[in-house]
Design a protein around this ligand. Structure first.
Ligand code: CUA
Length: 330
């Protein structure tokens, strides 16, 4: 091969690689990390992806260039020149990948070890998955339908399930963890920015899988301290607010909310109704009755419930409402 052609090929390959790496790194493909562990995972992901894209681009560019530049001409019936291999090239393409793979392995091992380290005094929260909701039990004994964690402090999530396998995931916190009945899998999260982010289930766990959502509030350490002190009611019963905002009291009676509607079933008797409906856990029955009111109709009542609550009440609010009704039902 002529020296000029080699330089041309090399330039072509490097430009192709640079363009591909730029597209990978400059487009915001991932959600912005909200935790220290997520930042580390993103770093490993991008180092690995960057290397993969760079190598792939060079290989693809060399192939494309060779097919285009060195193809046989229509009138060329001669044999190609005899080629005997190239020792330097072979050593290079063995040694370089070996180094790259070792670098990835070392970085991954360091990140894995550091992400698993909760430090001396983590906040501990028990996360329980069940069809089809998440519940979070705090060290003050309170169990809520949403996760509340402090900024800049390690929280150890102890993740389990009661029925089938679920998957705990907050995209902004990066770490996915299976919730398995009888097992306690732990992850550590150290939030770096305030906000509310979705908690989703990533394991197909049944008909309500797509509805199995909650949310996480990342709050300041002071807010978290008062949240824990007040037994987890600083948010002034968010479920009650959802109940009122959606006009539930105009049709239903529910003493804890001061509601006296008579058009729909009496929500003070939710447990009784759930037993009659033979529908598993109370929370599942309540959620089903809200998002799919035709599923079970309490005898003595007409089915006048709006059928679009699944669309009009955002999933986190719905979880709060279900939690609120379940906690206050008799
Ligand atoms: Cu739980 Cu999907």
């Amino acid at each position: 091969m002529r020296r000029g052609a080699i330089y041309q090929l090399a330039a072509f390959a490097v430009i192709a690689a640079a363009i591909c790496v730029a597209v990978a790194l400059l487009v915001p493909w991932l959600p912005v990390a909200a935790g220290v562990q997520a930042q580390r995972i993103d770093m490993v992901f991008w180092v690995t992806t960057g290397i993969a894209i760079f190598v792939f681009s060079i290989v693809a560019a060399v192939i494309v260039y060779s097919v285009w530049k060195f193809r046989a001409q229509p009138d060329d019936d001669s044999d190609g020149p005899p080629i005997h291999g190239h020792t330097t090239l072979e050593i290079a393409w063995t040694a370089v990948p070996a180094v790259l793979v070792t670098v990835i392995a070392v970085i991954s091992a360091i990140v894995l070890a550091r992400n698993g380290n909760a430090g001396p005094d983590p906040v501990k929260i028990l996360v329980t998955g069940r069809q089809f909701e998440w519940s979070f039990t705090y060290s003050n004994g309170k169990t809520l339908g949403y996760l509340e964690i402090p900024e800049h402090r390690a929280t150890e999530l102890d993740i389990t399930a009661v029925d089938v396998i679920h998957g705990f995931w907050v995209p902004q916190l990066s770490q996915k963890q299976d919730a398995v009945p009888g097992e306690h899998n732990k992850i550590v999260v150290t939030p770096t920015r305030l906000g509310t982010f979705p908690v989703v289930c990533t394991e197909l766990c049944g008909l309500g899988h797509s509805l199995m959502r909650s949310h996480v509030n990342i709050v300041t350490q002071a807010q978290f301290a008062s949240f824990m002190k007040s037994g987890g009611t600083t948010t002034a019963s968010p479920g009650l607010a959802v109940f009122q905002q959606n006009g539930c009291s105009s049709c239903h009676t529910f003493k804890p909310a001061g509601a006296t509607g008579k058009i729909g079933p009496d929500l003070d008797k939710l447990k009784e109704y759930a037993a009659q409906a033979h529908q598993g856990p109370l929370t599942a029955f309540i959620k089903e009755s809200i998002v799919n009111p035709s599923a079970y109709i309490q005898p003595g009542f007409q089915n006048l419930m709006p059928k679009n609550f699944a669309q009009t009440i955002p999933a986190p609010k719905l979880a709060q409402l279900v939690q609120y009704l379940a906690e206050n039902a008799h």
